[in-house]
Design a protein around this ligand. Sequence first.
Ligand SMILES: [Zn+2]
Length: 182
Amino acid sequence: MAGNTLKYTTLLGTALLFFACTKKDSLTAVAAEPAGQTTAYEGVDEALWPYFESFEKEARLRGLEVDLREAAITGVIEALPDDGVAGQCSYSSHQPNHVTIDLEFWSKSGTLFREFVVFHELGHCRLARDHREAVNADGTCASLMRSGLEDCRDNYNRVTRSSYLDELFDPAFFNTIHPGIE
Ligand SMILES: [Zn+2]
């Protein structure tokens, strides 16, 4: 079993600041589907279902068919042992890919920041993306798939969301050695 983790230590200060002023907007940006419309994802904690559904929807908007049920990706929210690790994608040849989101991170974070971490892990687990550390001219991270170990500044918000998702679902960045999507 191998793993990919997302560090959030350096990013938490920024995110708290961000959610303090745009919480309402970020909620409406993500919760576009009416409540109760989401159907079950087997082996996935119910709190994650809207994010899984949103991931499929955003992929479809960009011409990609992503079916997380068919891929049998499982996911839970539970305490991750390492300090500052917000999420993890575990994969092995013997079982479906598995997303774990840290419970402490989840309870402290707003909708958009939760989406950031769930989408990052599904980027590993479903799109077979590796980390991408590219930095924009203004110092912001070019990708949701940044490791968090480099110096770029996260800038995922209501305004930048769409372009970050364009980058996330760009097949040019998918790992062809370990293909996740045809
Ligand atoms: Zn990662």
